[in-house]
Design a protein around this ligand. Structure first.
Ligand code: GDP
Length: 447
């Protein structure tokens, strides 16, 4: 267990929070600091009502002193929580007093970083703490909580153990070369690898959903000019953010809208009507629209009954992983009713941005795509986790490939070693200082 030699302190409540404010302190100087305020030793996990005084004995505030003796604390070190009135001025004085008694100001995320270094949390759990604080919807908060509780980490850990077992198996075969060929042909090896690959694919799918819950769904709205893209955006957002006019080509730039829809965060981008144009400004809009499409999780094609089939061509060039949704707009013009169907795995919905008919179904579809309905165990994930799982999958595929084609045990073992390494980066079993720095510096101070 890593133990820090210095003591850190920070205000742990949001600035200006009404009511209670908290100064948090962690490190070896904590028992002495507590003793100074109390005039005697602090009892661990006991609330002491004390007078906080400065170095001259002048009263700063009265409040509660909570002491958590190491290792039974958030950071795994001695921790002190001083609760006073929520005034920034008082809290600042209290923080200064702690610094006068041997603490230094904590960097952003430093408490959680220490918790990680002391084995209280793994890296994915630590990231979930930040995600929980930043959560913009109930669904994403619930998912972050699951990850903080270790639901995601346990799944990664189980895969890691299976991977290690398989690797040991294959490496043992390499050590006995005369038996290697037969051993590597053993169907049990291939089937173990297959099982591992399937478990990884399942976890990757859930992690992708967790990423959407965490980051919001990136939706790019595409379609010919005047088909009703801006109107749809306005109807969903309930505002006049995009300018709706009947003149073709008015949506020249990419408009963004961030909204929380039934507890799911959505990022909408309304793109310029994709079409060949002579107009320089509009051409730039079309270029941006195409860039937007490359980044999106979901491409929503807005069309109408007359042009639906022809407009499907606008999906051309979409990255393979991007989900599609077709919205047939303006059903009010033909006195049509909202309906939906699935065609070649793509959802089609009929609606009217003008009357609002069918909009509820659109909302529900977007909610599903955003990861809602993932059930009780849905956990949050970050992009780096998804990338690590994808990389693990590629190494597993390579391992299966070399086993099958050339029966090369060493090559397979090397692929599995690399797979183990990238997978282990998720929970921090393997981590670089750069990675830790990047993760914890994005936290807020006091966490
Ligand atoms: P965009 O160019 O695709 O963004 O299209 P707009 O949202 O600017 O809409 C173009 C025109 O179609 C405007 O006059 C809208 O009022 C109209 N419009 C949009 N949606 C509907 C709809 O569902 N029904 C009818 N009747 N008109 C619509």
């Amino acid at each position: 267990m890593a133990t820090s030699t210095d003591t850190i302190a920070a205000i742990a409540t949001a600035p200006g929070a009404a009511g209670v404010g908290v100064v948090r302190v962690s490190g070896p100087a904590v028992p002495d600091i507590a003793q100074t305020f109390l005039g005697g030793p602090a009892r661990s996990r006991h609330a002491h009502f004390v007078a906080f005084r400065d170095a001259d004995g002048e009263l700063i505030d009265r409040g509660l002193l909570l002491y958590f003796a190491a290792p039974a604390s958030y950071t795994g070190e001695h921790v002190l929580e001083l609760q006073g009135h929520g005034s920034p001025v008082l809290l600042d004085s209290l923080l200064r007093r702690c610094c006068g008694l041997g603490a230094r100001l904590a960097r952003p995320g430093e408490f959680t970083e220490r918790a990680f270094l002391n084995g209280k949390l793994d890296l994915a759990q630590a990231e979930a703490v930040a995600d929980l604080i930043a959560a913009r919807s109930r669904a994403s908060a619930r998912a972050a909580l699951q990850s903080m509780e270790g639901v995601f980490s346990q799944r990664v850990e189980a895969l890691l153990q299976a991977l290690i077992a398989l690797r040991v198996h294959i490496e043992a075969a390499i050590d006995f070369p005369e038996e290697e060929i037969d051993f590597l042909a053993d169907p049990a090896i291939t089937s173990q690898l297959q099982t591992l690959r399937e478990a990884l694919t399942a976890l990757l799918q859930e992690a992708r959903r967790g990423l959407r819950l965490n980051d919001g769904l990136r939706v790019a709205i595409i379609g010919r000019p005047n088909v009703g893209k801006s109107s749809l955006l306005n109807a969903l957002a309930g505002s006049e953010r995009a300018i709706v006019t009947p003149i073709a080509g008015t949506t020249r730039d990419v408009l963004r809208e961030s909204l929380v829809l039934d507890g799911i965060a959505l990022e909408l981008a309304d793109t310029a009507g994709l079409r060949d144009t002579e107009d320089e400004v509009e051409r730039e809009g079309v270029r941006r629209a195409q860039g937007e499409l490359q980044r999106a999780d979901v491409a929503v094609l807005v069309t109408d009954d007359a042009h639906a089939d022809a407009d499907l061509g606008l999906f051309d060039g979409l990255p393979a992983g991007t989900e599609r949704l077709v919205l047939v707009n303006k059903i009010d013009l033909a006195q049509g009713a909202p309906r939906q169907l699935q065609r070649d795995g793509t959802h089609w919905l009929w609606m009217s941005a003008k009357t609002g008919a069918g909009l509820d179904a659109v909302r529900e579809r977007l909610r599903q795509m955003a990861g809602a309905g993932g059930g009780e165990g849905a956990f949050s994930a970050r992009r780096r986790h998804v990338l690590a799982l994808e990389a693990t999958g590629r190494h597993l595929d390579q391992a299966a490939d070399v086993l099958q084609s050339v029966r090369a045990g060493e090559l397979a073992a090397e692929e599995l070693r690399q797979a183990q390494h990238v997978l282990g980066e998720i929970t921090g079993a393997y981590s670089s200082d750069d990675l830790l720095g990047a993760i914890f510096s994005s936290f807020c101070i006091g966490k």
